[in-house]
Design a protein around this ligand. Structure first.
Ligand SMILES: [Zn+2]
Length: 219
């Protein structure tokens, strides 16, 4: 009898001493769940509707009607998954969706992907912010000819790392081109391969005035 009381006590004692351990375990599990949640989280860089983008801008309807707003996911330079948007010619939307799947898979860092209305349609401001974009209603500099971007048939990727090189100078200003920095597009880069096999051309292969950020498909 005495012995059984003792053993009873000791079971109760053991249970009591388990409580803090259980409490700690539950805390750890909660922390782990939180970490998982954080891993799944997507940072939204851009979340416009088509109408919002054009609400304060007048562009020819014959150009606007050919554009499609596409959502893309990519890892940015913070190593986190982001979601952005690209305005692209509707016939090229599929290429862009497929190529961004590879970009995400390979974790090639893309700084941000936001339609250029965010920058008041200023290519310079968008480039300075290292923003990746496609449609922009603009003329080829120094001409009255519409740029391939004005038809949504060109995309610029990480412009600060992949600047234009014109007349011995890099644009945007205060940038340089170094293929050893991640996010930079080189001749043997998978990006050049992915675009080229779908019929796009890379500005990094132009004979004069290289444009390392630029891919286009004119028809
Ligand atoms: Zn371009």
């Amino acid at each position: 009898m005495f012995a059984s009381i003792i053993s009873h006590f000791s079971v109760a004692d053991k249970l009591v001493s388990f409580i803090p351990i259980l409490f700690l375990l539950s805390l750890l599990t909660a922390k782990e769940n939180q970490n998982l949640l954080q891993k799944d989280e997507i940072i939204i860089d851009s979340n416009y509707t088509f109408e919002e983008i054009f609400s304060e801008s007048q562009f020819p309807e014959k150009i606007r009607k050919n554009l499609k707003l596409v959502s893309v996911e990519y890892f940015s330079f913070d190593d986190k998954l982001h979601r952005g948007q690209i305005l692209i010619h509707k016939n090229l939307a599929n290429d862009i969706i497929e190529i961004f799947k590879v970009i995400k898979e390979k974790k090639f860092p893309v700084s941000k992907v936001i339609p250029i209305n965010k920058y008041n349609w200023s290519d310079e401001r968008s480039m300075n912010d290292n923003n990746t974009s496609a449609f922009n209603f603009r003329y080829i500099e120094g001409t009255s000819k519409l740029s391939s971007h004005a038809h949504g048939r060109a995309i610029d990727i990480n412009p600060r790392l992949n600047p234009q090189f014109k007349d011995g100078k890099y644009f945007p200003a205060n940038t340089s081109y170094d293929i050893n920095i991640t996010g930079t597009i080189a001749r043997n880069s998978f990006l050049v391969r992915e675009f080229t096999k779908r019929g796009w051309k890379w500005g990094g292969l132009w004979r004069r005035n290289k444009d390392y950020q630029h891919f286009e498909k004119l028809n």
